[in-house]
Design a protein around this ligand. Sequence first.
Ligand SMILES: [Zn+2]
Length: 299
Amino acid sequence: MSKERLTKCPLCKSGLFLNHKEIKDHAISKENFLLCQCRTCKLIFTNPRPGLEEIGKYYESKDYISHQNKSNNLTNFLYKIVRKITIKSKVKLINRINPSKGKLLDIGCGTGYFLKEAMRQQWKVTGIEPNPIAREITHQKKIKVFESLEEIKKDKKFDIITLFHVLEHIHDLRKTGKSLAKQLKKYGTLIIAVPNVKSFDSHYYDTNWAAYDVPRHLYHFDIDSMERFATEIDMKIVEIKPMRFDSFYVSLLSEKYKNPGENSIKHFISGFKKGYLSNKWAKNNENNYSSLLFVLKKK
Ligand SMILES: [Zn+2]
């Protein structure tokens, strides 16, 4: 099937970019994808990539668990425990930013766990979720949820908009970024969490790094390219926070890709060690954790 080939950098629109490396879709299709790096803004992006019509089939897997509730192995079991903890800390963060609460929009809300907890803590919540099954589950939690951002009225403004591991999946990066900034109130906050291609686990696992997750991840950010993204949408980064659990999860998955013949206990032990090392390394290396959470404000 033909892929969408970008002729301009999806972040800065420069026409100058070079081939960076080839990565396999370990999780689902087993196809190889090329990453390019922009000469101007240094963003690494998947190119060519499946277009909007074609990308759906790359999400079809029983292992792609972020939309489902099944727990059938150790990884999924731990994933659920960690999810509980991270949801609490995400709500704690938005409570700190807006102690008086307000309107919250979560893009890519999945099955609505985060929004449900925020709603319990008096936030007025709305979700966006393209997956119909996940959207229906969110809907059953009495949460207002839409298929796409376009369905939200332009004059409806939010105090906080969140994208937890979502921005790297969005086809029109610049347009979506600008729409998000427009949906914010004057002193509104945009919260973006993405994997960090400058992390220890990214360097260590290299082409087996699970957070490349091609072709689902269209961009592979670091602090510099996220700063550039903020500038492009007239916002600025005011805070960067580590997501310390992600290093463990990503390392565990990467171990599977690196050593497919080994058993899952070995993957678990090695992955845990590398996850721990990744967090320790990041502390002394400009906070280059496996994943980072960026807090953006309007300029
Ligand atoms: Zn660029």
